[in-house]
Ligand binder design. Sequence first.
Ligand code: SF4
Length: 303
Amino acid sequence: MLEPLHACNLSCVGCGRIREYEDSISSKLSLEECIQSVDECEAPVVSLCGGEPLMYPQIDVLVQEIIKRKRHIYLCSNGVLVSKVIERFQPSPYLLFNIHLDGTKDYHDKIVMQKGVFDKAIHAIKMLKEAGFQVCTNTTIYRDTDTADVIRLFSMLTELNVDGILISPAYGFEECDPSIFLDRNDIKEKFRRIDESSSQFSWYSTPIYRDFLKGDKDLECSLWANVTRNLSGWKAPCYLITDGHFDTYKDLKEQVQWENYGPGKDKRCSNCMSHVGFEPTVALGTQNTLLDTMKLISWNLFN
Ligand code: SF4
């Protein structure tokens, strides 16, 4: 996760970033710092996030540099600026636009606290698909998310031919209103309801992670496999909670006591079932059974 800046053109109710990093909201990593971070970590996938990464002035150059290194990019965006910057990008098998949508029009606009954003995001998806880009979407589930509304959204996205749908329960950031977040039992109940219609949709979230969200499988958190670099340095221990920042990836890797984090080890992790910690566990395969492996093969071939 590379956050070139924390500035955003929206102020979503569940966003911890714009609140935690309020003091450095107008600062940016230099292009050289971004590229150096990509080289330092050697992660095969770089998720460009923030803030709104399309507000980063050299975002197109940064994307080109990462593609030159044959790394895959998830370019995360709320979609609002896509029509203004699309000409600066070329479709590539290494580049995937990831558009944030938490529900259909009324709910999404309420969550992002601005009317018209849903329509702009849908317009962005259509533009990107017509121009030949790969597009996925990312939906965060909150306490007041209506599962029927999410299913309507996913049907709409499937009709728009998005390449995949990502889903995750929101993490309960300390800086946000705690009443908007779900605990583990609520998460399982909501995801069981969403999953009843799951076979109709083209998922990027793996079937094993979705089993975990429904409470059908237990997974440990692999926080070390999905690290974050931002303006303050390499964020420890994970994308969601902050105990400090390190100057180098090597220091982060060697000095964080990774075994001290995860559900049952740190109370801030108790209700966390976020994809940032648990999808890497599926990818690593450390807890996958034979049946899980077969599900993953089928998902890769037929999804
Ligand atoms: S469970 Fe993992 S990803 Fe979630 S807050 Fe804890 S360390 Fe971070």
